[in-house]
Design a protein around this ligand. Sequence first.
Ligand SMILES: *Cc1c(COP(=O)(O)O)cnc(C)c1O
Length: 464
Amino acid sequence: MVSEFRSLPSVDKLLSEERIRHLQEAYSRELIVDLIRRHLQQERLSIAAGKPCPSTQELVESICAQVYSLINPSLRPVINATGVILHTNLGRAALSKEAITAMDAVAGGYCNLEFDLDSGRRGSRHTHVEHILCQLTGAEAVLVVNNNASAVLLALTVLAKRKEVIVSRGQAVEIGGGFRIPDVMRQSGAKLIEVGTTNCTYTKDYEEAISPKTAALMRVHSSNFRQMGFIRVVSPEELVELGNQHDLPVFDDLGSGCLLDTTKFGLDAEPTLQQSISIGAGLVFSSGDKLMGGPQAGIIVGEKPLIDRLKRHPLARAVRIDKVRLAGLLATLIHYLKGEAESKVPVWRMISAPFKEIDRRASLWAEPLGGLARVVDGETMVGGGSLPGGTLPTRLVAIGEEGKRIQRSIAQALSQRLRGQGVPIIGRISGQVLFLDPRSVLLEEDRVVLKALGDAVASLERSR
Ligand SMILES: *Cc1c(COP(=O)(O)O)cnc(C)c1O
């Protein structure tokens, strides 16, 4: 073992290796020395554990690999051909050109984030989206924070701590990614009072649970699942009416942040912010990066006295939104005001893309794949915690064949090669078939997709 330790090269010996010398020129010497030291330390531990000493070349190799992985950002763009438009793991909504330009404009310098250009005095970051969101939703007041989870946490903490919030048992749900209504409630210090049963809740269930400690009635939109069969839910209108009788606000967690009528696209009706406000909900919560199609944000619209209390609370400071996303959100909202969301906001462009165009693109994508691919009917999911079961007809490029063992490897191998492209293409494997859906990919990305498909097939053929 002692001799194994001795055969480990010194820091200086490694520094003099040619490839390491190049690294020092390209990056910082300090970084390289630090990495070498840590590597050697690691090797001493594994030798002590009985592992053999690596060769100098092996060490050089692994140090270089580590430098490259540190230097090349691991977060990078991919193309979402999964057929899930709002894919949380792939970053949810893609932004409009205008939103990106607006973000770019404030990112590189200063802006009047909290500065009133008229008076020359301190301003508030909340004013920038206030008028536009009030205009779009009919609300009295607005607060925009980091994301919807923090919006709900903020409201419950400020308005319901040490009090009770009544929620239907069928709505005490998990939205995904660790957002569970009972957990958020506990974290806020509010007590969750679950009423009704999993499938049925009636107005009287809420009514019987109202006590002097009740702070609010809450509705949570079941945004990522759907109940069928014998179900009874209390409509938001009925809930607001009950709230009015007892002088209690209704908190409406919508999630998706929808501002357009989804039935127009053949989808189920997704509740909109403006509907909740017109019904009389006290506070309405939603994400910025789901159906709103903007950057990550939490949007709270509702009654001014309630919103004012949220704004004054220290937690509002802890979950505030930054200037870059605020600029992106503002530009996104302007599309709705101008009535151009369908043609400018990528989420809506994808949803409203004509079937014929998708069909044409699927055939185009299938070309470089030759005999490997077929074009088949399929369904695009809106996803991202909106429109559970809401799908749009689409045309898919299908690679591999159900039930054919031999084809399996083709679907897997091609999928792996597509993920390995300069801009990785992410598809969906179901059974033994790789599906690629043009609907969740923007038209202007087709060139990149076609090149990647060609390269992946060529690489597949070389390896066979
Ligand atoms: C998505 C969702 C959330 C969480 O929103 P984030 O913006 O991801 O924090 C909360 N509630 C509902 C109903 C949702 O759909």
